[in-house]
Structures are given as structure tokens and as C-alpha cells.
Design a protein around this ligand. Structure first.
Ligand code: SAH
Length: 261
């Protein structure tokens, strides 16, 4: 009897940021194949009966090749097991969830999918940055730093006047920021780098676009981090100060939000 695979979005880290549906699926899983991000620390509680297999990847060092992960999921499911494939955030946001679904479907394995809270939205939110805000930004674009925008895209992005969110963007930060400035994005555009969102070591660096590279270097910002570029970064500055003043202790003062009615 063939088992099945549940592809699960694990959210940005804490186990209370997964959905009830995800918690139920993990609770009945026989095997959990998990990544580096997501609620990995709490897996023994979330999936008490399951064999736990770390198939996580470190940036630049693909520890377990994607083919091997696909094969593992197929092999385990073929023995009749309920295999949970747990990913950080949402499985369809740079999570290669679609590739795994294709591989499993081609192998005749039934797959279901459970969405997760993506770090692209939740991590900025955790430090008071809304990805859209009436009168400030009516759209957001989520980019991967692994495939940095080319010149044509940089040109469009620099003139969109909406929110840019970059995941996996630390190693290509300098190229992206330099490109946006070269294509005419305002040097004063507020930006933030939020490292290790929702973890005890979470840290936010805020700076105008033209000093972001320098600030990231000075503060040795590292992955995993979510980068936000746009006026939304300062949209809720007053509120953020009331909840957590240290969040607003950047090396440069925050720029006032533009375009507020
Ligand atoms: N599917 C995931 C994204 C996978 S790409 C999602 O929807 O969230 C991995 C990247 O997401 C990291 O390099 C980082 O840019 C971002 N990321 C994931 N978790 C994060 C966290 N807790 N804090 C900051 N950035 C995070």
C-alpha cells in the first residue's frame, strides 16, 4: 500500500506560528523530513511518533541534493508511511515545494499541501513593518537574492515606488543595492535588514538605502535575514517606539515616512 506525503509550511520559526492543520499533520506523521528553517527545535513534541530526518541546506552548501530529497520522500512513502515534508515559511515561496510535488506526482505518490506563514511578510511585521500601507505602498515584490535582478529588472524595481522584500539576499546585497541606486532609486529610501526573525537573537538594522551596504558590513549582518526596501519601513515608527525602543536604535536616524496623507 502506497503512503502519502504532506508538504507543510512551517512558518518563520516558533511552533505556535504553524497552522492547526500543520500541527495535526505532524502529529500523525511517521516520518518528518525537515529543513534548516521553521519550527525544527520543537519537532519531537510536534511529531512524537515520527522518525526525524534533517534534509536542511546551508546557503551555498547543498547538503542534501534536491534529487536525493525527492527520492527519500518517494522511498519512504512507498513503504506505506505518512511522510511530512516540513519547510520553513510557505512551501511555495522559494521553497522548491513545486519541484517536490512534481517528482512525487510522477512517482504516483499522493501529495497534499498545507500553507505556512511566509517570512517575507511575517518577519518585517515582527518589527512593525507592514508590507503594504495605505498612502505609502500599495504593492510588494518578493525577490530571491539567489537569482539577483538583472539590469532590466533593476530598472523597473527602482521606479516601482512600492515595497521590495529580498529573501536569501545577504550575499548579493551589495550588487542589488548598488544596482537599485544606479538605476535611480532614491538614496534616502528607508530600508531594514531583519536577521533571525522570531528568534531570541533577532536583530534589526535600519538605514537609508545609500548607507545600507556600509551598515550591514559594520554590523556583520548575516543570513537568515529578510531585507525590506521602501517607505513602509518607517510607516509605523511611532508605534514601534512604544513597543520596543531598542528596535529603533540604528546607527543612522530613521527617515520620516514620505507620502503620508
Ligand atoms: N519558504 C520560506 C523562504 C525560504 S528562502 C518562507 O516562505 O519564508 C529562505 C530565506 O527566507 C532566508 O534566507 C531568509 O531570507 C528568509 N527567512 C526565513 N526565515 C527567516 C527568519 N526567521 N528571519 C529572517 N529571515 C528568514
Amino acid at each position: 500500500m502506497t503512503g502519502h506525503v504532506t508538504l507543510i509550511g512551517g512558518g518563520p520559526g516558533p511552533s505556535d506560528l504553524i497552522t492547526l492543520r500543520a500541527a495535526r499533520a505532524l502529529n500523525t506523521a511517521d516520518v518528518v523530513c525537515y529543513d534548516r528553517l521553521g519550527p525544527t527545535n520543537d519537532l519531537p513534541d510536534l511529531a512524537p511518533q515520527a522518525e526525524l530526518i534533517d534534509v536542511g541546506k546551508l546557503p551555498g552548501h547543498h547538503r542534501v541534493p534536491q534529487d536525493a530529497i525527492n527520492n527519500l520522500l518517494i522511498t519512504k512513502a512507498r513503504t506505506g508511511l505518512h511522510v511530512a515534508r516540513l519547510k520553513g515559511g510557505d512551501p511555495f515561496v522559494f521553497g522548491r515545494g513545486g519541484e517536490e510535488i512534481n517528482a512525487l506526482t510522477h512517482a504516483g505518490i499522493p501529495v497534499s499541501i498545507i500553507p505556512g506563514i511566509t517570512s517575507a511578510i511575517a518577519v518585517p511585521q515582527s518589527v512593525g513593518i507592514p508590507v503594504t500601507h495605505r498612502g505609502i505602498s500599495h504593492a510588494f515584490t518578493v525577490l530571491s537574492g539567489h537569482n539577483p535582478p538583472d539590469n532590466d529588472q533593476l530598472h523597473h524595481l527602482a521606479h516601482l515606488n512600492t515595497t521590495l522584500i529580498i529573501l536569501m539576499g545577504m550575499s548579493t546585497l551589495a550588487t542589488t543595492v548598488t544596482g537599485l541606486l544606479a538605476h535611480g532609486m532614491a538614496p534616502t529610501t528607508p530600508t531594514a535588514i531583519i536577521e533571525r526573525g522570531f528568534h531570541t537573537s533577532q536583530r534589526t538594522t535600519r538605514a537609508p538605502l545609500d548607507t545600507l551596504i556600509e551598515q550591514a558590513h559594520l554590523r556583520r549582518c548575516t543570513s537568515p535575514a529578510t531585507i525590506v526596501i521602501g517607505d513602509v519601513v518607517t510607516a509605523l515608527t511611532d508605534w514601534v517606539t512604544t513597543i520596543d525602543p531598542p528596535l529603533l536604535a540604528p546607527l543612522t536616524p530613521p527617515t520620516p515616512a514620505r507620502g503620508v496623507a
